[in-house]
Write a protein that binds this ligand. Structure first.
Ligand code: ADP
Ligand code: MG
Ligand code: ZN
Length: 490
């Protein structure tokens, strides 16, 4: 980014809630059904039909508020947002205006939420992006535009939709990416939404402005509507920031406007200017009573999960895992559950994390398996780590045992016994190997004794070979050193 300018970004995120039925009627809330098969007079907006609130949608929004640290006002109410459009035949959308269900709160941008190529250059680690509000509304029908006609699918009309509005706290396209990634994880953790952007379950409008370095007031805000991928958000914002800077540098005055992102062309283009803005004439919906929120909050308290960043911090504290490893483990619910099962009561939880994040994940990927169908039960991974820790097998043997555990599911102690893999840690046996190796390799011995430290690795390798890989490498190292130093002195 041009150093003479700062960017300011605020996001408005729409999230489809995972309820069985729609927001104000009993129709099924289901993605992908044949068009117009989940409809009734309420969600078609027929005259005289009356809405009935979906309590689970209110609870899921309250739960999101709890997870994001929002304040939940005592009363929430619904308002009518009036406008005319074909995807909303009753000519108003039921939404929340001045009294949303949740106020404030924040999302923490943990390192791993950033795009991979930006994780080494994070400007503000664990930055908190403040939220303005979260409110609940009904989604509208979905329009389809064909060559000569248009179609509308009312299956989506009236499904519960949560809108999360951030403060203008986001300073770069990478932070916007991290915000959406972290938010999505939290929504999935809470089982509030599947948050699949490709299915439109998570949609986002991006507000962005730039201002010269040192200027206090924000620049003119431009909105990019209806983004449907996280990487698209990053690219669209990067493009738009450069476009705005170039315009200002050329002496142009920016006006408030709404733009659209063309993912193929890789640029934004004008959709409408602020002059076309609606006056929605909000007023309280007379068909819906205000709702007391205390019972909602009470009902979802026990459903609040431990969040990814909370898990990360606890894994570091409780198990001594590195913050990076703890972050990777914590970012996936099933993976972190597997780790906890293996690590509870373990002597070397840090080593267990290593096995999970390297060998186990590689093996799972190679077998196209998910951690939830992992053939190695967590306790057996702990047993493997202990065999190494006790010196019964060495690192190379542990890899062989692990591969066998992964294919046969057998426990590591049995595998060690069956394959005769027990490590040789008997000093007298290792000494005999060492004597043989020293006698057969006068040149490397002389090299080591004249100061070439690397020659010892060669000799150690010869011991491993003689022992068919069973020698305890640390012991081989120690015995060799003792013998060679004694010889030189003697
Ligand atoms: P509007 O009334 O036009 O919808 P809001 O004040 O509701 O504007 O803000 C909408 C979103 O735009 C919020 O996420 C907010 O953080 C963000 N925003 C507000 N002002 C700016 C600005 N100057 N630059 C970038 N984002 C902004
Ligand atoms: Mg707004
Ligand atoms: Zn309906």
């Amino acid at each position: 980014m041009n150093r003479k300018y700062n960017a300011t970004i605020g996001l408005e995120v729409h999230v489809q809630l995972k309820t069985a039925s729609k927001m104000f009627c009993g129709c099924k809330n289901e993605f992908g059904a044949p068009p117009n098969t989940h409809t009734c007079p309420v969600c078609l907006g027929l005259p005289g039909a009356l809405p009935v609130m979906n309590a689970e949608a209110l609870r899921l929004t309250a739960l999101t508020g709890l997870m994001l640290g929002c304040e939940i006002p005592e009363i929430c109410k619904f308002d009518r947002k009036n406008y005319f459009y074909a995807d909303m035949p009753k000519n108003y959308q039921i939404s929340q205006y001045d009294v949303p269900l949740c106020l404030g709160g924040a999302v923490v941008l943990h390192d791993l939420a950033y795009p991979k190529d930006a994780q080494k250059t994070i400007a503000t680690p664990d930055k908190r992006i403040g939220l303005v509000r979260i409110h609940l509304e009904e989604d509208v029908a979905k329009s389809f535009h064909f060559e000569n006609t248009s179609g509308i699918d009312f299956n989506r009309a009236g499904t519960p939709l949560m809108e999360i509005v951030t403060k203008p706290d986001i300073a770069s396209p990478e932070e916007a990416f991290a915000f959406l990634t972290a938010l999505k994880q939290i929504l999935i953790y809470g089982n509030v939404s599947d948050a699949d952007m490709e299915k439109g379950q998570l949609r986002c409008d991006c507000n962005v402005s730039v201002r010269p370095e040192g200027q206090r007031e924000f620049g003119t805000k431009i909105e990019i509507k209806n983004m449907n991928s996280i990487s698209g958000v990053r690219r669209a914002l990067a493009f738009e920031i450069q476009r705005q800077i170039a315009a200002l540098e050329a002496g142009a005055i920016l006006r408030q406007e709404t733009r659209r992102w063309d993912d193929v062309a890789g640029e934004t283009f004008l959709m409408r200017t602020k002059e076309d803005a609606h006056d929605y004439r909000y007023f309280p919906d007379p068909d819906l009573m205000p709702v007391q929120t205390a019972p909602l909050v009470e009902a979802v308290k026990s459903r609040r999960p431990e969040l990814p960043t909370e898990k990360r911090d606890r894994f570091v504290k409780e198990y001594g895992v590195t913050p990076y490893d703890a972050g990777v483990l914590g970012s996936d619910q099933a993976l972190s559950a597997y780790f906890e099962k293996a690590a509870t009561g373990a002597r070397k939880p840090k080593n267990i994390a290593n096995w999970i994040l390297n060998d186990l994940q590689n093996a799972l990927a190679a077998a196209s398996l998910d951690i939830s169908s992992c053939p190695v039960p967590p306790e057996r991974l702990d047993a493997l780590v202990n065999l190494v820790d006790d010196g019964r097998i060495n690192g190379a043997q542990a890899k062989t045992v692990f591969a066998e555990m992964f294919t046969s599911g057998k426990d590591p102690v049995t595998i060690v016994r069956e394959k005769g893999l027990e490590q040789v840690s008997d000093t007298s046996v290792i000494e005999a190997f060492a004597d043989e190796v020293i006698a057969a390799n006068p040149k490397p011995v002389a090299d080591f004794q004249s100061g070439n430290a690397a020659a010892l690795n060669f000799l150690k390798g010869q011991i491993m070979k003689l022992s068919k890989g069973k020698a305890n490498p640390a012991l081989a190292d120690k015995v060799l050193r003792e013998k060679l130093v004694t010889r030189r002195d003697g």
